[in-house]
Unconditional design. Structure first.
Length: 256
């Protein structure tokens, strides 16, 4: 007569086999490349500003400019004031970059743990997504930092480039568009390489796109990860805010 516990034993054995089918993916190393590149660029541009533009600044020195590029606020001239004005934006960007890289490294190590990926394809796709995101967001924050520094230094030139702020803003918008396109291409490529029929056709980059789904905040099925359904108006608004808010915070910090 078979043991009454035989069914549970088979269930547990089957569950162990499913878990063992998940790949043993390595934890992504912390991506220092773009962090160090951002720091180096900041040091070089701040040094140029300090040794080229600072000596010719009047005392008091300008710290704010109106829409026409005319100074409308001043402070006593000092190296500390000059550097603090230049480094506020890069400081915010660098902290954001460090936090993002740390989060991606941490998340890559728990993909196949409890509550994570449920299949080998899902695990591989998520790991590759984290890896690509680390690179894409790295260069994006690097470019954003360089553009903002150049925009600030332009105002300290004896003859600032007319429309320098607008040119810099266009550069930021262009970089953001390139970022979104590359993320979209990466997602499409990974969807083909690691197919997941229940999700394919309903994603656009890092976002979800299903007009038949009324949810705005959608569980991606990859553990504690959520995204926005951009098939709906509010989903589009929140998706834009993800990228717009950090940029606006940096620009307001620089301009106000």
């Amino acid at each position: 007569m078979p043991s009454p516990n035989l069914g549970w034993r088979h269930f547990l054995i089957a569950k162990v086999c499913i878990v063992n089918d998940l790949p043993n993916l390595p934890k992504l190393p912390f991506n220092w490349t773009w962090v160090l590149a951002t720091v180096a660029t900041t040091v070089v541009l701040a040094g140029i500003g300090l040794y080229v533009y600072y000596p010719s600044l009047p005392d008091p020195m300008p710290v704010h400019w109106n829409g026409s590029g005319e100074a409308d606020n001043w402070t006593p001239k000092s190296v500390g004031s000059f550097l603090s004005l230049i480094l506020i934006g890069p400081g915010i960007i660098l902290l954001t970059l460090l936090g993002m890289q740390a989060l991606l490294t941490m998340q890559s190590g728990v993909i196949t743990q409890r509550g994570g990926a449920k299949s080998a394809n899902e695990a591989h796709r998520q790991w590759e997504t984290y890896k690509a995101t680390s690179t894409h967001m790295g260069w994006y924050m690097f470019v954003l930092n360089a553009l903002i520094l150049v925009m600030i230094l332009n105002e300290f030139r004896p003859n600032p480039l007319p429309g320098g702020f607008i040119i810099g803003l266009i550069g930021i918008i262009a970089a953001t568009i390139v970022l979104l396109v590359l993320i979209g291409k990466t997602t499409t490529s990974l969807a083909k390489k690691y197919p997941m029929p229940d999700q394919d056709g309903k994603t656009w980059g890092i976002f979800y796109n299903d007009p038949d789904d009324n949810r705005i905040l959608v569980d991606t099925g990859m553990g504690m990860n959520y995204t926005f359904n951009i098939a709906h108006t509010w989903g589009k608004i929140f998706a834009v805010l993800i990228f717009a808010v950090p940029v606006l915070i940096v620009l307001l910090t620089v301009l106000l």
